[in-house]
Unconditional design. Structure first.
Length: 245
């Protein structure tokens, strides 16, 4: 992320949504408690379109974690404004916070994963439905693989067993290939590994999440790990070439 650019966008939005008491009309004195935003409504809406995407990256759960109860009582942009202030601090002091509070280990954000995964999971993730979010991401990855292979007759485990098969492509059975088939062990190993990994994602993560009733909600960190697994698979599918007969 371009931190300097993001902070400028946040600062611009915060300035636009600053509240002030409009001056009284000439020759009149009013006692209205009404406050207005410094920026024009159109400018605020345009800025919010960009700021929301920054917030999704910096504070993925801002819609649920930042209170919105003052949106109606004070100003419709109150939640956005507080979230923007928090995000600016997070960006400005990120290095210091990491050094002071931990071992400065690398962080991973769901919003930085492959677009198929985050697009599938976003709405459920932001409402705290982590297990369902992982399942939705898995469905999205499966659908994109079907689109790439132009196949609707197979899905999930069987789809990827066929897609990464070592056998040559047949009519109606295209293959996904990672790398150039030079006949070497590395090519065969990579594609065999992709098949096994895809099987593991759907058999070990997607199926239990979808088919076992009464499962407790996944802790956020575990759900993030599961999303990361599908993100790896999504990137492999996305960059693979399609081999046809």
């Amino acid at each position: 992320m371009d931190t300097e650019w993001a902070r400028k966008e946040l600062a611009h939005f915060i300035e636009l949504t600053t509240l002030y008491r409009p001056a009284d009309p000439p020759g009149m004195v009013t006692y209205s408690p009404r406050l207005a935003n410094r920026g024009a409504s159109r400018d605020i809406v345009e800025s919010a379109q960009v700021v929301e995407q920054i917030l999704d990256r910096v504070l993925p759960n801002w819609r649920t974690e930042v209170p919105d109860d003052r949106n109606k009582r004070v100003n419709r942009w109150h939640q956005h404004r507080e979230a923007a202030q928090r995000a600016d601090v997070a960006l400005r002091r990120a290095e210091e916070i990491h050094e002071r509070l931990g071992d400065n280990a690398p962080l991973i954000s769901a919003a930085m994963m492959h677009p198929w995964v985050w697009e599938g999971a976003r709405a459920l993730w932001q409402s705290g439905h982590y297990r369902e979010a992982v399942t939705a991401a898995a469905r999205k990855v499966n659908a994109e693989a079907q689109n790439k292979l132009t196949r609707r007759d197979l899905s999930e485990t069987k789809l990827f067993q066929s897609a990464f098969s070592q056998n040559a492509a047949k009519v109606g059975e295209p293959r996904l290939r990672l790398g150039v088939d030079d006949g070497g062990d590395t090519f065969r190993s990579v594609n065999r590994g992709a098949m096994a990994f895809a099987e593991g994602c759907f058999a070990g993560i997607r199926n239990p999440n979808s088919h076992e009733d009464g499962l407790p909600e996944l802790p956020e960190n575990e759900a993030l790990e599961q999303l990361a697994a599908f993100s790896v698979l999504a990137r492999w599918i996305d960059k693979a070439t399609v081999e046809t007969a």
